[in-house]
Design a protein around this ligand. Structure first.
Ligand code: CP3
Length: 354
């Protein structure tokens, strides 16, 4: 496997990549860069291959998935690829009736809000997501020494789509269930932790060299509620993949007050959005963990000079970190000029070359 350093053997080029070294808090030749949502609508070559193919269907087509995953690597020379899929793919795979509506996001036909609804969340098996194994097989051959990041949605963020029935601003149904029926809530998150653990294991066993758990919307919670109602399930996911020894990244938006707990949940790398400078984030997370982030995605709509100034600010705040993976503070906005991303990768690489 490209993931673990085989005892008594030479480490692989993937293992020695700048991205995996930074995740392990080892010295790096340059600060590695990748972008959340780097594949997708900002790329004309993506729009071309996706033409006429619905999002969830595209996720089940191994050759198309491999092509889309490679596109930002070829174009931007990022230091890692992220497997092209979506956080709701494992839910679709166990038969939940959901769709991804363009410009809206995941929509669930019958929301999950009762004990009876919970029975619809059956276990995920590797056979349910055979296309993931196949696509990653194609990818590891093509990627060479560039690591592949596998990912999944964290239990809270998945629950928010299942309970609300779609995207939501205030997560009212989700919080109502969490506060009103703590036992049902705990059982729901535990089910989702099981499904998510299998989904990540499939990706690692197929060849993913790191995994990221997206808890995009958990910033809606206060720390005490996070600790009590979410952390046990997220910890269970991190524990489930611990034995593989691949770096585990944990990311959410608006999580400034939760950074310490998100590290404590079992992450090796904590993702930080643009609201908290990385030096301050390091104080909140504490020693022994790398950080990922955190340039404001909106600056990409500004001038090249403004992007460089902002990137410089991020690198300066990261100067004393044990390990830094450069990224945006959230995903690439669909209308981003891809050239601004290519220039940003080049800038970070030249500025940090050692
Ligand atoms: O970065 C990558 O290249 C990997 C691709 C990726 C997608 N979804 C593809 C996608 C990743 C990592 C995700 C994760 C995801 N999906 C998250 C967590 C990351 C985050 O942004 O916080 C969340 C919350 C979702 C749910 C979801 N799926 C949303 C909010 C949307 C956008 C809806 C829209 O159209 O604006 C999707 C759909 C989706 N997932 C698209 C892509 C490329 C757009 C669909 C399309 O191109 O037709």
């Amino acid at each position: 496997s490209a993931n673990l350093r085989p005892t008594g053997q030479q480490p692989t080029a993937t293992y020695e990549s700048a991205f995996l070294k930074a995740c392990r808090r080892e010295p790096v030749p340059h600060t590695p860069v990748w972008f959340m949502r780097q594949a997708g609508r900002s790329l004309p070559e993506y729009l071309k291959v996706r033409e006429g193919i619905p999002m969830l269907e595209s996720c089940m087509m191994p050759e198309l998935v491999a092509e889309i995953t490679m596109q930002p690597v070829r174009r931007h020379h990022v230091d890692a690829a992220i497997y092209f899929s979506d956080i709701v793919v494992p839910l679709k795979a166990i038969g939940i009736d959901l769709d991804i509506k363009p410009g809206v996001g995941p929509v669930v036909e019958q929301p999950i809000r009762s004990r009876a609804d919970l029975a619809r969340l059956r276990d995920l098996t590797p056979e349910d997501v055979w296309y993931v194994t196949e696509a990653i097989g194609l990818l590891t051959a093509e990627l060479g020494s560039t690591p592949l990041i596998g990912f999944a949605g964290a239990p809270f963020t998945l629950a928010s789509y299942l309970v609300e029935g779609g995207p939501s601003k205030n997560h009212e149904h989700t919080k109502a269930l969490m506060y009103g029926d703590p036992q049902l809530w705990a059982d729901l998150l535990d089910r989702l932790a099981e499904i998510t653990s299998v989904f990540l294991k499939v990706q690692i066993e197929a060849g993913a060299s790191a995994v990221q758990l997206f808890d995009s919307w958990v910033g809606a919670l206060a720390p005490a509620d996070y600790r009590r109602s979410v952390m046990p399930a997220s910890s269970k996911v991190f524990k489930a993949v611990e034995e593989y020894g691949v770096p585990r990244i944990h990311f959410g938006v608006g999580t400034g007050e939760l950074l310490g707990l998100m590290g404590e949940a079992g992450a090796d790398v904590v993702g930080v959005d643009w609201r908290v400078p990385l030096d301050e984030a390091a104080r909140r997370v504490g020693p022994g963990k790398a950080l990922q982030g955190n340039i404001d995605p909106a600056v990409l709509f500004s001038t090249p000079e403004a992007v460089e100034a902002k990137a410089r600010e991020v690198l300066d705040a990261a100067a004393d970190l044990e390990g830094h993976v450069f990224n945006l503070g959230h995903g690439v906005p669909p209308t981003t000029d891809p050239d601004s991303l290519t220039r940003l990768v080049e800038y970070v690489h030249t500025q940090t070359a050692r």
